[in-house]
Design a protein around this ligand. Structure first.
Ligand code: NDP
Length: 338
């Protein structure tokens, strides 16, 4: 069976591609420019030579019919391509590619994929479930309405997190809406995956880190980000290997049809990672043994419930000491630690 992975060069997508290939699937990945695929072609050289891995260029995912060719003949699709950064001027800089890219790939799939297509998994986010002022336990019934309202009211003056969060809410809602409107015409179904911050990585240099791993690196390794500055830190975390596993299972498990899945390893406060780093006993990484207690009390108020992913997809989420150890070991291997 062949799976199309959009944005195949992205941090999460590389792991999804790797997992799919490891499970024996053929993969067709999309990138915006051919040069972004070089790393992938090196990583998956053997599979490319065996005809199990190919790349196609989709220059602009917002263009009409952008994915018309890419979807042809695939059995499943993982749509991960979407901007993930906190530097947007206008909300539409994030929202348009997120929404139009998602609706565009669904539309192309409906028209041109062919009858063998069974399922599309869209990478959404826990950001589509809550805003940063939220507290409590969150599950797949929750939707982040506040970030959309903030962006609607404040436009370019909305917070960076609200702009990104709104792009994820609106893209995921657009996907479910597309299925609802077109259900009589389509023979495939949709699953969405909603991870919080995904850690661990696979890139060549710190400058190339995606937003979530950059956060890990700048907070724990270079310490350029100070805890007090870190609005985003009160969130959930997940090992990216569990995110990619979740994507593969979401394409395979029949009862994942029509469902959203939180893919979260757990909530975190800074001290949890300091403790995990200390526990992993990696020299050169010094973490404080105790962060301010107020931080703990405040941030423990928020929790993403991962029971559904455990029960339906059968995922066993990794412990943060494993993720911390493997991340730092990898950064050391690349010479990023002193
Ligand atoms: P990356 O930034 O590593 O990858 C993003 C991918 O999307 C790249 O392939 C990128 O292409 C592509 N992309 C970004 N903007 C556009 C655009 N305007 N038009 C076309 N393609 C674009 O991010 P992640 O791997 O971290 O994120 C992948 C997905 O996972 C996103 O949907 C993100 O919202 C979601 N997510 C990520 C989390 C995390 O912690 N990492 C947590 C929750 C959800 P290019 O390289 O050419 O820019």
């Amino acid at each position: 069976a062949k799976v199309l992975v959009s944005g195949a060069n992205g941090f999460i997508a590389v792991w999804v591609v790797k997992d799919l290939l490891d499970q024996g699937y053929a993969v067709r990945g999309t990138v915006r420019v051919a040069s972004k695929g070089t790393h992938l072609l090196n990583l998956f050289k053997k599979e490319e030579e065996n005809g199990m891995f190919e790349l196609v260029v989709v220059p602009d995912i917002t263009a009409s019919g952008a994915f018309d060719d890419a979807v042809k003949g695939v059995d499943a699709i993982a749509h991960t391509a979407s901007p993930f950064h906190f530097n947007a001027d206008e909300p539409k800089d994030l929202i348009n590619p997120a929404v139009e890219g998602t609706v565009g790939i669904l539309e192309s799939a409906m028209k041109y994929a062919g009858p063998q297509l069974k399922r599309i998994a869209v990478t959404s986010s826990c950001a589509a479930m809550l805003d940063l002022a939220a507290k409590g336990a969150f599950n797949e019934h929750n939707w982040n309405e506040n970030s959309v309202i903030e962006v609607r009211e404040k436009g370019r003056d909305a917070s960076q997190s609200a702009k990104y969060f709104a792009s994820k809410v609106l893209a995921e809602k657009a996907a479910w809406n597309f299925i609802e409107i077109n259900k009589s015409e389509i023979s495939w179904d949709l699953t969405t995956l909603n991870p919080p911050f995904a850690f661990l990585h696979e890139v060549a240099s710190p400058g190339a880190l995606n937003s979530s791993v950059a956060l890990f690196y700048e907070t724990f390794i270079t310490k350029r980000i100070k805890p007090a500055e870190l609005e985003m830190i009160k969130f959930g975390w997940v090992d990216v290997r569990d995110v990619s596993r979740g994507h593969v299972l979401a394409l395979e498990v029949p009862s994942a049809s029509g469902e959203r899945f939180i893919l979260s390893g757990g909530p975190f406060i800074l001290q949890d990672w300091y403790d995990a780093l200390n526990k992993s006993k990696i020299s050169g990484v010094e973490a404080p043994v105790s962060a301010p207690s107020t931080e703990k009390v405040f941030q423990r108020n928020m929790y993403f419930d991962n029971m559904k992913a455990q029960a339906v997809l059968g995922i066993v989420f990794r412990d943060n000491s494993v993720t911390a150890r493997d991340s730092v070991q990898d950064m050391r291997k690349r010479g990023w630690l002193s």
